[in-house]
Design a binder for this molecule. Structure first.
Ligand SMILES: Cc1cn([C@H]2C[C@H](O)[C@@H](COP(=O)(O)OP(=O)(O)OP(=O)(O)O)O2)c(=O)[nH]c1=O
Length: 230
C-alpha cells in the first residue's frame, strides 16, 4: 500500500499511549513527519531544531550512525531549550538518509545534485535509514533507535528524470525522491516500513512509547554520542 493510501486510511498507522504525561513535541520542520503523527492520532506541538543540530561531519560514520547522531542532536537542541524555560516535554527528533553502496544521500542542494542522486539510485536496491530519538525532559532519559527499509528503484529513463526534476518534488527529500509522490518507481523489499521511508518509523515509535521504561537510557550531559538502545 502506498503512503498516500495510508493517509486516507488513518487508522492503519499505529498509536500508543505516551509513556509520560508531558506534552508531545516534534523537534522537526518536516511536513511529512507532522502528517504521519497527525494521521496516527497523536496530539503534539511542533518546535523544529535549529540548523546547527544537523552538522558536525564524521568521515567514517555509516548511515545508521549518522541518523542516530542527528536524531539525538535535534531532540537535544529542543529538549535543552524547554528545560531552560523550566518546562517539560516528550521530544521526538528524527533524521532520514538514503544509502546506496555505502554512499550516504541526504537532501539535495540543487537540481544538479538531485539529478546525480537519482542517477545513482536508478535501477538499484538501496536503503533508507531513519534515526529516531524520544527524549523525556521530566525524567532525563531517552531512547535512540535506527530503522532501515530496503527499496528497489526502477531504471529511470531520461524523460522520467527530466519530468521529476522539473516538478521540484525532490526538494527537501533525502535521496532526492519522495516515496509518497505518487510514482511507482519504488518497491519496498521484505515488507519494510513505509512511514520510515517518509521520515518517521510509526510502527517502531509506537513500540518505543509502549516500552519506554525498559528501553530508555539516562542522558549523559557530557556525551556527544547517542545512547543507542540496541
Ligand atoms: C526518502 C524520503 C525522504 N523524505 C523526507 C523526510 C525528511 O523530511 C527528509 C529528510 O531530511 P531530514 O534532515 O531528515 O529532515 P528535515 O530537514 O525535513 O526536517 P528536520 O531536520 O527539521 O527534522 O526527506 C520524504 O519525504 N520521502 C522519501 O521518500
Amino acid at each position: 500500500m502506498k503512503f498516500t493510501d495510508h493517509l486516507q486510511l488513518m487508522q492503519s498507522l499505529p498509536q500508543s499511549d505516551l509513556p509520560t504525561d508531558e506534552p508531545l513535541i516534534l523537534a522537526s520542520g518536516s511536513p511529512r513527519r507532522a502528517q504521519l503523527l497527525k494521521a496516527a492520532g497523536y496530539e503534539f506541538l511542533v518546535q523544529p531544531a535549529s540548523d546547527e543540530a544537523e552538522c558536525g561531519l564524521c568521515s567514517r560514520e555509516t548511515a545508521p550512525e549518522l541518523v542516530a547522531r542527528y536524531a539525538y542532536r535535534k531532540a537535544a537542541d529542543v529538549a535543552l531549550k524547554i528545560q531552560g524555560k523550566n518546562k517539560t516535554g516528550l521530544v521526538i527528533g528524527a533524521d532520514t538518509v538514503a544509502s546506496v553502496y555505502g554512499q550516504i544521500l541526504g537532501k539535495p542542494t540543487d537540481q544538479q545534485h538531485a539529478e546525480s542522486m537519482l542517477r545513482r539510485l536508478s535501477g538499484r536496491r538501496h536503503d533508507v535509514y531513519t534515526g529516531v530519538c524520544v527524549w523525556s525532559v521530566a525524567t532525563n532519559r531517552c531512547v535512540v533507535e535506527v530503522v532501515r527499509t530496503e527499496l528497489k528503484m526502477k531504471p529511470l529513463t531520461d524523460s522520467m528524470l527530466a519530468n521529476y526534476l522539473e516538478s521540484m518534488m525532490w526538494e527537501g527529500k533525502a535521496g532526492a525522491f519522495g516515496f509518497q509522490d505518487g510514482n511507482d518507481w519504488l518497491e519496498i523489499v521484505d515488507s519494510g516500513s513505509e512511514s520510515n521511508v517518509v521520515g518517521l518509523p510509526m510502527e517502531r515509535l509506537a513500540e518505543i512509547f509502549a516500552d519506554f521504561d525498559t528501553l530508555a537510557k539516562a542522558i549523559n550531559p557530557f556525551g556527544e554520542n547517542p545512547p543507542l538502545s540496541k
